[in-house]
Design a protein around this ligand. Sequence first.
Ligand code: AMP
Length: 332
Amino acid sequence: MAVFASHSALQLVLGGMAQGVMTALFGHGRHLRLYRRFPGIRCAFVEYSGPETLDRLADEGFVLVPNGSVVEYVRPENLFRTRIRVFGSRELLRVEADQHQKMELLKKAGIPIPKTFAGPSEMDRPVIVKLPGARGGMDYRVTEDPQEVRDLQLRAVSKGIVNDPSELMIQEYLIGATMYAHYFHSPIYGRTEITGFDIRYESDVDGLRRAPVRIAEKLSPTFTVVGNIPVFPRERLLETFLDYGERFVEAVRRELGGKFAGPFCLECVVDSGLNVIAFEFSGRIVAGTNVYSVHGSPYLVLYFGRPMTVGERVAHELKIAAETGSLEEVLT
Ligand code: AMP
């Protein structure tokens, strides 16, 4: 497994070790430095200098297990310029990087989603304004003022973050409890497994709880993810979540060329009527799965009869696929 040295890398290396699958961590020097400090992890370290590094890893027999840092640092378009095989769908990673295409795919899957507004003048309720890419909620804004949205659009264009104001997504701000559902789709076992749930711990929106109301009122909080917290949904919600996961896999296969394997996440809000609405997805492992990366997923034990982390689940799928001559089913 070739893994970008960040995000969920520790979990994937440990998972590879548990299954006897070799991992190469690649990244820039500043990324690799951290991982070299842990004597308990056994893996190769590879300096990343562009898509040609991935070609070299491909020649040595590695497959890319994409994480959020691949979306951020390698960029999805570069995954089409390298011959390394990707565990999962590289096409889905491209869709993930585009806020509009991303919501369209959720809609095609028949999963309830928040309303989106084509421009500030159409707004009729509080919205969250999102920049493109997997930026971990950085610089998102919640507002009900169309002028503030226009200002945000102008600023993003003038800073060169986007070329066109429409690249910012203006989405209904959902009121409810956030809950991020983690899944693993297995072509080898022919099923979509639920692996767990997390909540993102976000600055400053979560920190505001500690601020006096008169101060909090004057701030416009952003949603920069700083960590993850485990959460267990009410058991009756599991069926809804499983249903959404299966619908998502069906839509990916139907719309994006037939193949899909591996971890993914549906980022949801659960409202007071227990309605589950997805405002985002990740088509690869999410850092939220790190919350059970030592003792194992509280749900994978229900499929395998023993605790297993998502990192180990990835390595297990690859190993069984290789042993049964089925690697083509899990790679793109
Ligand atoms: P995202 O990058 O889309 O995962 O969003 C980052 C954070 O913004 C999430 O973890 C939520 O706290 C918040 N968020 C995003 N979209 C919505 C929405 N439509 N309604 C409410 N909160 C949202």
